[in-house]
Design a protein around this ligand. Structure first.
Ligand SMILES: C[C@](O)(CO)[C@H](O)COP(=O)(O)OP(=O)(O)OC[C@H]1O[C@@H](n2ccc(N)nc2=O)[C@H](O)[C@@H]1O
Ligand SMILES: Nc1ncnc2c1ncn2[C@@H]1O[C@H](COP(=O)(O)OP(=O)(O)OP(=O)(O)O)[C@@H](O)[C@H]1O
Length: 287
């Protein structure tokens, strides 16, 4: 038995941290949406154990892989005797702020739910996903949502109006834990989450661009001038709205008209290797 699942990347249209909690995590309010840049997860049932192979050499293929952790969690929780081989074809850049690993874990949960006939609902898979990482619950649902708590409480909202998204990632990896640790949560200018939700509901593209805000951006930009430079270039080449995703270092630009898209894309390609032109997507594909 085999199954293939798509694992799309996410961007944060807004990311606010309200306070630091006793457990060390931050209470957040985030608007997240999936884009059509995706890894592919191929699951093949085996007699026992979990094995992982990844198309990109620098991603761990042992217990540290979030897809491995997803399979391990399901096997232990539901007493599954069968095993699985997981092949991950990576297209999403790693440690980029695009939830690549989290999306691989979510896709593995969804695929194994089918392969092992567990009959779990998306809500149940999202609760399990939260045990793996804060972004996994959102990735189980995909689409567009408000994420609260430490990121695991998900409320679906309508999709933003169709537009292009340019992603540009400088050649550095950023540690999410390190960026959150450096955040001075009492000193940040908070995001306008309500206005962003309203702009999305109204399909007001200009309003969405005006309300893009990420409290982690200043922390990462302060540490890595190359991220700041990419943001400045993205604005200079004419993206309608520009923001860093997650804890970075990927910067995304929203572009409404295709005529402008080529200028922004080609301009960035001049000095940044990892540049993608993608679109927002409305929901993820299960197998
Ligand atoms: C930056 C985002 O990607 C935005 O979508 C997420 O908030 C991070 O999600 P993630 O990578 O799944 O993060 P996790 O693996 O759960 O946490 C990594 C580390 O980030 C910090 N962390 C994460 C989420 C949160 N709400 N508060 C935090 O302070 C914690 O130090 C944690 O140990
Ligand atoms: N399936 C996976 N794909 C990519 N990285 C993985 C995977 N499993 C574990 N990792 C590890 O997780 C780390 C973070 O990678 P990932 O691509 O998930 O970061 P990210 O996009 O910044 O995530 P987020 O936006 O959720 O914070 C990497 O350093 C990598 O070693």
């Amino acid at each position: 038995m085999k199954c293939s699942v798509k694992a799309p990347a996410k961007i944060n249209l807004s990311l606010d941290a309200l306070r630091k909690r006793e457990d060390g995590f931050h209470e957040v309010e985030m608007i997240m949406t999936t884009v059509d840049l995706a890894d592919r997860i191929d699951l093949t049932e085996t007699e026992s154990g979990i094995t992982v192979d990844v198309s990109a050499g620098f991603v761990p293929s042992d217990q540290r892989n979030l897809a491995y952790q997803a399979a391990d969690l399901l096997r232990k929780r539901y007493g599954i005797k069968k095993g699985v081989h997981i092949y991950i074809t990576k297209h999403i850049p790693v440690a980029a702020g695009l939830a690549g690993g989290s999306s691989d874990a979510a896709a593995t949960l969804k695929g194994l739910n089918q392969l092992w006939k567990l009959g779990l609902s998306l809500d149940e898979l999202a609760v399990l996903g939260a045990e793996i990482g804060s972004d996994v619950s959102f990735c189980v649902y995909g689409g567009t949502a408000l994420a609260t708590g430490r990121g695991e409480i998900i409320q679906a909202i309508p999709a933003p109006p169709p537009c292009w998204v340019i992603l540009a990632k400088p050649p550095i990896g950023v540690s999410t834990a390190d960026i959150y640790k450096r955040l001075k949560v009492n000193e940040v200018e908070h995001a306008k989450t309500t206005q962003m939700i309203e702009s999305i509901k109204q399909q007001d593209f200009r309003g969405i661009c005006d309300n893009l805000h990420n409290v982690l951006e200043d922390v990462t930009l302060g540490l890595y001038p190359e991220v700041k430079h990419i943001k400045e270039q993205m604005i200079r080449f004419g993206a309608d709205g520009v923001l860093m995703s997650g804890s970075g270092p990927t910067v995304f630009g929203l572009v409404e008209h295709e005529s402008r898209l080529h200028r922004v894309y080609n301009g960035l390609r001049g000095f940044c290797h990892d540049v993608y032109a993608v679109r927002l997507i409305r929901s993820t594909d299960a197998c």
